[in-house]
Design a binder for this molecule. Structure first.
Ligand SMILES: Cc1cc2nc3c(=O)[nH]c(=O)nc-3n(C[C@H](O)[C@H](O)[C@H](O)COP(=O)(O)OP(=O)(O)OC[C@H]3O[C@@H](n4cnc5c(N)ncnc54)[C@H](O)[C@@H]3O)c2cc1C
Length: 211
């Protein structure tokens, strides 16, 4: 999804300059493969409308002298390359001998605490939540924050720790550039200007609360 958002927004920026440009999104084998079909279709439509060329030629193997090589044998030259190949926690945890999840994230229990070393707590993209796998989105990092803060203080003061409840399905909104977005929550989905406006309002309000 990061590549999709970046491609749409880079395309918008370049459309405002006088330089001739071509934005190509290499989307693995299928655009937004792990998202529902309706989200894929709407995103594809909006990106194409913004002039983004979508290629689903397989996974990138190497980049050499600005030549992209894919596992399908496809090759292409690019002037400027932005990588968005997914979030992977640092190998630091495994190297330090701590228990990790399948992607290398620090394994934490329901109290966001490392079971073997109870003085270690974690949250956000770098953890693997033992109870259920969580998407690497800021929504969870933000929801974890007050529990993490409470538990760090409680641990030091030898008080009761809180459990983290990930909550239900979260509101997903992609910002695809040019003031357009795709919004999904459970069965409900909209795309276009309104979806972007809702995201923009939520994000600005969130930032304003910190000022
Ligand atoms: C393009 C894009 C769009 C996104 N949009 C959304 C969205 O709309 N909604 C949403 O919920 N989520 C979104 N996400 C995901 C969201 O940004 C992450 O899930 C969230 O930022 C995770 O928070 P975090 O604190 O765990 O990690 P981060 O925000 O990545 O913070 C980690 C920090 O640690 C620092 N750091 C790293 N290594 C070290 C080190 N060795 N020493 C010291 N500091 C270090 C980094 O510089 C960074 O500042 C988006 C992600 C991307 C890439």
């Amino acid at each position: 999804p990061a590549g999709t958002e970046v491609a749409g927004n880079v395309s918008e920026l370049l459309s405002k300059s006088s330089y001739p440009s071509r934005v190509v999104l290499y989307a693995g084998r299928a655009l937004l493969a792990r998202f529902p079909r309706a989200v894929q279709n709407s995103s594809r439509k909006l990106l194409k409308k913004s002039g983004v060329i979508i290629k689903e030629e397989g996974h990138l193997l190497s980049i050499q002298d600005n030549c992209l090589r894919f596992d399908s044998g496809f090759e292409e030259q690019a002037d400027f390359i932005l990588l968005a190949t997914g979030v992977h926690p640092s190998p630091f945890f495994a190297e330090a001998g701590l228990r990790t999840g399948p992607e290398g994230g620090l394994l934490v229990n329901s109290r966001l605490q490392c079971s073997e070393y109870p003085e270690i707590f974690g949250g956000g993209d770098c953890i693997c939540f033992e109870d259920q796998p969580l998407d690497k989105v800021g929504v969870y990092a933000v929801r974890e924050n007050p529990v993490l803060f409470h538990n760090l203080k409680a641990f030091l003061q030898e008080e009761a720790l809180q459990d983290f409840d990930p909550g239900g399905d979260y509101l997903l909104i992609f910002n695809l550039g040019n003031g357009l977005g795709v919004l999904r929550k459970k069965w409900f989905q909209i795309s276009g200007k309104l979806a972007f406006m809702i995201k923009d309002w939520i994000d600005r309000k969130f930032i304003k609360d910190f000022k």
